[in-house]
Design a binder for this molecule. Structure first.
Ligand SMILES: Cc1cc2nc3c(=O)[nH]c(=O)nc-3n(C[C@H](O)[C@H](O)[C@H](O)COP(=O)(O)O)c2cc1C
Length: 153
């Protein structure tokens, strides 16, 4: 049993960190032998998609001729961590009604055409196995009900 534990807040006393740590503690109680792989994006951000990676993603031919081996190395590593995980726990703040840029940088590295999803005539199809993902979100506002985008307090 492998658990991938990701945190995205830069704050030391972050609410989302506390929440994700609580979820992790509960999962470890259920699976005491589990191995935890840590990705602290808030304190150790990864690089945003750069020239080499973005160019490689443009087409299969561009991927085959990636400008240098480092272009997709980080993406390979992060996708590998995800594939090896039986459970994923993500603690994240809401930043400007979406995820913080450090989490978006991770998403841009793991959502990769031809590797983690395929574009087909029926639309996009995921290529990774389904697994439970627990997302612990902290926000300044309260979002709930049928239209959670409408702040209620
Ligand atoms: C740059 C920035 C943008 C934010 N945008 C929102 C927002 O759109 N909606 C909201 O409810 N709270 C917003 N907040 C507040 C945070 O979501 C809130 O403080 C949350 O507790 C932060 O998570 P943390 O405690 O894990 O650091 C924002 C905070 C920051 C620093």
């Amino acid at each position: 049993m492998n658990i991938l534990h990701i945190d995205c807040s830069a704050r030391a006393h972050s609410h989302s960190r506390q929440l994700s740590a609580g979820i992790l503690a509960h999962l470890l109680h259920l699976h005491p032998q589990a191995r935890v792989v840590r990705r602290d994006l808030g304190h150790q951000p990864i690089a945003h998609a750069g020239d080499g990676y973005a160019t490689a993603l443009a087409s299969p031919a561009a991927m085959a001729a990636a400008p240098h081996p480092d272009a997709v190395r980080l993406s390979d590593k992060l996708i590998g961590e995800l594939e090896a995980a039986d459970l994923v726990v993500i603690g994240t703040p809401m930043h400007n009604f979406t995820v913080p840029s450090v989490l978006k940088a991770w998403i841009d590295q793991i959502v990769r055409i031809g590797r983690s999803f395929a574009a087909t005539s029926e639309g996009k199809q995921g290529l990774l196995a389904d697994r439970p993902v627990f997302v612990a979100v902290a926000s300044g506002g309260v979002y709930s009900g049928e239209r959670p985008a409408n702040r209620t307090s």
